[in-house]
Structure formats: structure tokens, C-alpha cells
Write a new protein. Structure first.
Length: 139
């Protein structure tokens, strides 16, 4: 796997992934940016959320759960001193479907967290405390 980061100007960059997709990165005005893209640490959270959401959905589909939607809300706290690493991250899954079994959703989240989500494993090994919960919405 590889990626390329191209400096545009000031603190504005364009990241290109091996797949060819690009993402803009930029900082706030007080850091010399123009707010034209996501912050790098926001991308870390989005990557974690995407990884975990992918796992949960695929596990639920394999379990023949009738999922219609899944939204993952992520909140995090960072250290006050540099480097401002993540200290805690919480993932809240809102799963919508028909006759969803809470035990199946709980199992999918647990399997993602403990076995499949490489982003979660990497962050936890780095000392980040990651927690999860969920709510179900009947479609």
C-alpha cells in the first residue's frame, strides 16, 4: 500500500491514495490554512470509523440481518500537550433495519473491535482507549 502527499501552498496538501482517490488536507486560518480540507487527525478518525463500519455491515449481512442504514458517530479526546495524540475514542453505531437482533449487532461490533478492524487495533496498541455502543432503529 502506498500514498502520496503533494504540498499545494501554506498548510494545504493533496493526498492521493494507491487507489487513485484524492483528499484535500488543510489547516485553520490561525495555523496558516484556508480551511480547504480535512485536518490529518480528522482523517484518522474517519479512517477508524470507515474501517469499523465496513466490518459491522459486512458481518451483519453475513448474519442475514436486514440492515437498511448504519451511521457511526465518533467522538474523541486528545492530549493537551504536543503531540496531541488521541486519548479516548468512542464509536456510537446507529443501525436501522427490520427485526434486527441486538445480540447480532453487539457481536458484529465486538468482532470488528477485537479481530477485524486494523485501525482500531493499531490505535489501541498505541494507548488509545476505544469504546463502543449502539442503538437500533426499526425501519
Amino acid at each position: 500500500m502506498h500514498a502520496k502527499i503533494q504540498w499545494i501552498d501554506k498548510v494545504h496538501f493533496e493526498a492521493t491514495a494507491e487507489s487513485g482517490h484524492t483528499i484535500k488536507l488543510d489547516g485553520p486560518a490561525d495555523a496558516g490554512g484556508k480551511n480547504q480540507g480535512s485536518r490529518p487527525m480528522e482523517l484518522v478518525l474517519m479512517g477508524l470509523g470507515g474501517c469499523a463500519s465496513y466490518d459491522v455491515i459486512t458481518i451483519l449481512q453475513k448474519a442475514r440481518q436486514q440492515v437498511r442504514d448504519c451511521v457511526t458517530q465518533i467522538t474523541a479526546t486528545r492530549a493537551q500537550t504536543i503531540p496531541q495524540v488521541f486519548e479516548t475514542i468512542h464509536l456510537h453505531f446507529i443501525v436501522t433495519g427490520t427485526n434486527l437482533k441486538p445480540s447480532a449487532v453487539e457481536r458484529a461490533i465486538r468482532l470488528s473491535a477485537e479481530t477485524y478492524c486494523s485501525a482500531s487495533t493499531m490505535l489501541e496498541r498505541g494507548g488509545v482507549k476505544i469504546t463502543h455502543d449502539f442503538e437500533l432503529i426499526e425501519a
